[in-house]
Ligand binder design. Structure first.
Ligand code: SF4
Ligand code: SF4
Length: 129
């Protein structure tokens, strides 16, 4: 079979798929412009109850992705920082925290084209010296 016949055969073989794709709804959404409906059990975003955080650093110690950092100036003066672009959303920090301060929920809305947006100060007690 020559090359042209092969191409024609391939075209007609793929035609039903091409027609289906052209007339079906898109599988993707225009996220984040369009809100994404996540399952209730999805855990993707780090949340913090800053009043509960004592700066013990257990979450930082146990994070397997080094996505958390604690900048400590004194016992009660510290900053807890989250690097979203490192985070694997594994939930280890939530399990390690003894003070119910850090947890994950399903409100993932953190898409960005700018890497700076993935740097987040979760707790800042440095002005409370
Ligand atoms: S969810 Fe996992 S990877 Fe993300 S900050 Fe917590 S421990 Fe680190
Ligand atoms: S979030 Fe919890 S584990 Fe992490 S520093 Fe604060 S109190 Fe400690």
């Amino acid at each position: 079979m020559n090359n042209i016949l092969l191409k024609i055969r391939s075209f007609f073989y793929l035609l039903p798929n091409i027609v289906e794709v052209l007339f079906s709804k898109p599988e993707t959404i225009d996220y984040p412009a369009v809100s994404n409906k996540l399952s209730a059990s999805y855990r993707g975003s780090i949340r913090i109850i800053s009043e509960n955080c004592v700066g013990c650093g257990l979450c930082v110690r146990d994070c397997p992705a080094q996505a958390l950092a604690l900048e400590k100036e004194s016992k009660h003066s510290f900053r807890l920082i989250h690097y979203r672009d490192h985070c694997a959303s594994c939930g280890q920090c939530e399990m390690s925290c003894k003070f119910n301060s850090i947890y994950l929920d399903n409100s993932y809305k953190e898409a960005s084209a700018d890497r700076k947006d993935f740097f987040k100060v979760l707790v800042d007690n440095t002005n409370k010296k």
